[in-house]
Design a protein around this ligand. Structure first.
Ligand code: SF4
Length: 287
């Protein structure tokens, strides 16, 4: 049984940067609070907790006058979080990924010049919630082409419209939405704000999936980019499973398979990938 690992898998530069920044704060001896999960990976969040960093769901959970540090996650937050944190006297350590920051700046600029904005992404994802905050009132979220039914009736399409992507969108889905929008409207400007790390991971995962009998995608179920890798690998027709830990590996999947491909989401740490590969290598296939 051959195990092939995709190029560009595991921590991207944005997640690595956020993780290292967080670890550095933990060494300072001041209370450190993380607003939501720094990245969508339970093992990383657990490790940060182990380093003494406390996760809070909102700023109200932070006691007053703590002289604390507030970690803004790699996914970014809406502008009011910065204002509210300052009012609470918290020092902000901003780990927003530069690719996300670039998308935030873009939607703010579009909004300031009076354009409406269509964000192609998952409306429940923190990055998209943050982008909505920077984009202002004339912004909507579209997850896929099926969300576009009846969209002509929205007033926003009487304005100039900028179309942007959640940074971890699949290129295929983004292009499908853009193409359907172009059939309906001529006043669109398209900004493909998908990050370089996402494109590289998706292309490498698809290439590998086409060459193997089974694809394993390692990453947290909450991770949008990992979910997309799973969908894209599966769409090649190769049997694909997403797992977060070695305990989720089912031996029956590898039975009779000669070549197994492995990739991992951008928030999956190296130590988890190594553990699963080692487990895979140590398995004897069931008779
Ligand atoms: S996946 Fe892209 S946008 Fe997200 S943290 Fe990594 S580099 Fe940044």
């Amino acid at each position: 049984m051959e195990i092939l690992i995709a190029d560009h898998s595991g921590f991207c530069e944005g997640v690595e940067r956020a993780y290292q920044l967080a670890l550095k704060q933990a060494e300072q001896g001041r209370p450190v609070f993380m607003l939501g999960n720094l990245v969508h990976n339970a093992q990383v969040v657990e490790e940060l907790k182990h380093q003494g960093i406390k996760t809070v769901k909102n700023l109200n959970e932070i006691p007053l006058h703590t002289n604390g540090l507030l970690l803004i996650s790699a996914h970014g937050v809406p502008p009011e979080i910065y204002e509210n944190a300052k009012k609470l006297g918290l020092e902000i350590v901003d780990t927003t990924c530069p690719w996300v920051k670039r998308a935030q700046n873009l939607v703010k600029q579009l909004s300031d010049q009076g354009d409406a904005i269509v964000i192609v992404g998952d409306e429940d994802h923190p990055e998209v919630k943050g982008l909505l905050g920077w984009a202002g009132a004339s912004a909507i979220v579209v997850e896929g082409p099926s969300d576009l039914a009846g969209i002509e009736s929205l007033n926003i399409f009487q304005m100039g419209v900028g179309v942007v992507a959640q940074t971890t969108q699949s290129e295929v889905n983004f292009e499908a939405v853009v193409s359907r929008l172009r059939e309906k409207f001529s006043n669109l400007t398209v900004y493909k704000t998908i990050c370089g790390a996402t494109s590289k991971r998706q292309n490498a995962a698809i290439d590998l999936a086409k060459k193997v009998d089974l694809m394993l995608v390692i990453g947290d179920k909450m991770s949008a980019n990992t979910k997309r890798l799973t969908e894209l690998c599966s769409a090649t027709g190769t049997e694909t499973h997403q797992i977060q830990t070695g305990s989720e590996l089912d031996l029956l999947w590898i039975k009779g398979k000669d070549r197994i491909g492995v990739t991992a989401g951008a928030s999956t740490p190296e130590w988890v990938i190594a553990e699963i590969i080692s487990l895979l290598r140590s398995q004897r296939q069931p008779a």
